[in-house]
Design a protein around this ligand. Structure first.
Ligand SMILES: [Zn+2]
Length: 171
């Protein structure tokens, strides 16, 4: 589907995604680099399920299909501890830098990132995944037993300010 023509540019950067601060070009602080009019957005959670055998690894690629997505809370549920690494597939950005480098792909223990619905891990400042981008999540079991893992990326879909829901067919 085409981007709605009604999408408004950000009033601070005029849709340029960057602003000049002194002699420096910086990501626009108002829209977070989306270039679009900031809107509160609708609650949404992207989740992935893994079923691992002892010490196994797996990767999920979550597609950001509906709208730009502002990630605010990291939530997980699992039957055992695990390592996790996260990448913004579109920006090619890896979230955790791990030393030694041989551990980079496996990432960090889940308790360093994810919380629960009651006490979620806070993504501060919120991270913007762009529409048509993706979240790549890699997990590795630490329990040395079968491990069922749910990870949730909870936040807001930044829908165009003039539309009321994702089913709009106006042209
Ligand atoms: Zn802006």
């Amino acid at each position: 589907m085409a981007t709605p023509a009604t999408k408004q540019p950000c009033p601070v950067c005029n849709g340029n995604k960057i602003v000049a601060i002194g002699n420096q070009a910086q990501v626009c602080p108002m829209c977070g680099g989306s270039g679009a009019m900031p809107v509160p957005g609708l609650q949404y959670m992207y989740a992935a399920l893994f079923t691992l055998t002892a010490l196994a690894s797996a990767t999920a690629n979550i597609s950001i299909l509906n709208a730009d997505f502002r990630w605010k809370f990291a939530k997980a549920w699992s039957t055992g501890p695990f390592l996790v690494q996260i990448q913004d597939a579109k920006a090619n950005r890896t979230f955790f830098n791990v030393t030694p480098a041989t551990s980079q792909l496996q990432g960090v223990p889940n308790s360093m990132v994810f919380g629960t619905a009651e006490l979620p891990g806070l993504i501060q400042p919120p991270y913007l995944f762009h529409q048509n981008g993706g979240i790549q999540v890699s997990v590795t079991d630490l329990s040395n037993a079968n491990n069922v893992i749910w990870v949730g990326f909870d936040g807001q879909e930044l829908v165009p300010s003039t539309s009321t829901d994702g089913s709009s067919t106006s042209s």
